[in-house]
Write a protein that binds this ligand. Structure first.
Ligand code: FRU
Length: 479
């Protein structure tokens, strides 16, 4: 939604109680709220931030502008979870209340250090002429959620980047802290910069190199870079903007991508042995995925189910955005797998035979088997009269497609209404998580993933098998 910047950058204390009540009232009227996915209490949710493990539980924040469905003065909103399925907001926020983050506490990461959680993020600062000065800044959060910010910037804007320089990810490699930061160089190309903590202390950072990762150099900006170790291999996840479609075939305004490597050489700032650049997700929206290694070394990831620069039907209720389920990452036969964490099954109700389901609550999981050598067509969010989200699983030619053109309120149609991906020409399993206005499809235990939003009408809540054979279970999902 286009709101004047005077509104978007009003400081939080300038919003009156009456204005806030009106915003709360509007959001409560939406028919599209998710039951088991994270949404903002109010306003816009975008990137997951600070995903980490600290003090015996998981911590996760979301980027948020709390006053409407627009990208305004951002804060981080804090949540905790024991099982990565049930998250609770604690009331703690990383507010844009310091001279070094005066125009937004932009995206970043977190890492438990001693008895505190270190938050490493971008302070978006604009001067009187609205010129942006991005600063990489830090804070420590204690066990009670008390946040203390460093007064000095930890990393200033380098001379060889534009003002697009943000989203630090801290990680440890061989006991040493490093950070990677997304940016744009003076030739307007997307790059990732690598830094190293001086004496392994996070209050001082030294530039190592522009990360050498087989960058095609066709994007004009790289947002939210994440390096995570998956079954021993470094995997770089990032959100390039303006990437050439000759380099990677993608349909959304911006893709979320990844590359698997053989090894990491931090001294030379190089990721060695690149495999092909790949789409992390084949649905209509998944972006800014944040991944980290938990203390057991497990790689965990979570995505924003949304995209920058897109208007959403929920804007009419003054809110936007949701977070995906938390996914565990693995590499099998050289391929990345993303699977919802095991604890997701704790939300399942009784198993019911899929074939018997015609109507639904639009909050369920389907676990389905589709045989080889046939074309299966399913409709979810179906109104029983022809409208619905069409999922075609073609195990003959090895293609899966999702057609959003005949369901719900239409939006972002400039980028097409169908998404496709390749699947094996064999029996296929599907885990489909549907939640009022989100759908996440995991093909063959997460070998391919399609994440999307749908904003259905009241009638669009059924399931129909249009053709083909498909069997499996339906599980109602608890809140
Ligand atoms: C990605 C992004 C980040 C930035 C944040 C601001 O969606 O643009 O690069 O830090 O959102 O909210």
């Amino acid at each position: 939604m286009e709101l004047p910047k005077e509104v978007r950058y009003k400081t939080y204390d300038q919003w009156t109680k009456a204005e806030i009540e009106k915003i709360e009232e509007r959001i409560s009227q939406s028919p599209w709220h998710c039951n088991y996915h994270i949404e903002a209490k109010t306003g816009l949710l975008n990137d997951p931030n600070g995903f980490s493990y600290f003090d015996g539980q998981y911590h996760l924040f979301y980027q948020n502008w709390p006053f409407g469905a627009a990208h305004g003065l951002k804060q981080w909103v804090h949540m905790v979870s024991k099982d990565l399925v049930n998250f609770t907001e604690t009331g703690t926020k990383l507010l844009p209340d310091h001279a070094n983050d005066s125009h937004g506490a932009y995206s970043g990461s977190a890492y438990a250090i001693d008895e505190k959680l270190f938050l490493f993020y971008t302070g978006n600062v604009r001067d009187q002429d609205w010129v942006r000065h991005p600063l990489q800044i830090g804070a420590f959060m204690d066990k009670n959620g008390k946040i203390e910010k460093f007064n000095h910037a930890l990393i200033e804007q380098p001379e060889d980047t534009t003002d697009h320089f943000r989203d630090p990810q801290i990680f440890q490699y061989q006991e040493q802290f490093y950070a990677i930061i997304g940016g744009q160089n003076l030739n307007k190309k997307g790059i990732i910069k690598l830094y190293k903590a001086v004496n392994n202390q996070v209050d001082s950072w030294k530039f190592v190199a522009d990360l050498n990762f087989d960058n095609s150099g066709t994007a004009y900006m790289i947002e939210c870079p994440n390096l995570v170790f998956v079954d021993g291999k470094p995997v770089l996840i990032f959100s390039p903007q303006g990437l050439s479609r000759q380099v990677l075939n993608y349909a959304n305004i911006y893709p979320n991508t990844y590359q698997i490597f053989e090894s990491f050489d931090p001294e030379n700032g190089k990721l060695i042995g690149p495999r092909k650049l790949e789409n992390l997700d084949f649905g209509f929206e998944a972006y800014a995925t944040q991944a980290f290694n938990n203390p057991d070394g497990k790689a965990l990831a979570i995505s924003w189910i949304g995209l920058p620069d897109i208007n959403y039907p929920s804007d009419q209720f003054d809110y936007q955005g949701a977070l995906s389920l938390v996914k565990e990452l693995h590499i099998k036969d050289g391929q990345l797998y993303q699977t919802p964490v095991d604890a997701i099954t704790s939300l399942r109700g009784e198993a019911q035979a899929f074939a018997d389901k015609a109507s639904s609550s639009n909050t369920y999981e389907l676990e389905l088997q589709v045989p080889a050598n046939q074309v299966t067509e399913l409709k979810v969010f179906s109104d029983g009269k022809g409208r619905g989200l069409v999922l075609t699983i073609d195990t003959k030619s090895g293609q899966l497609s999702l057609d959003r053109s005949q369901v719900g309120q239409q939006y972002a149609t400039d980028f097409g209404t169908i998404r496709t991906c390749q699947i094996p020409q064999e029996d296929v399993t599907l885990n489909i998580y549907l939640d009022k206005s989100t759908i996440e499809i995991f093909v063959n235990q997460g070998n391919q993933v399609l994440t999307s939003r749908v904003f259905p009408s009241k009638e669009e809540s059924g399931i129909s098998i249009i053709k083909g054979q498909v069997s499996g279970n339906y599980y109602e999902m608890r809140k």
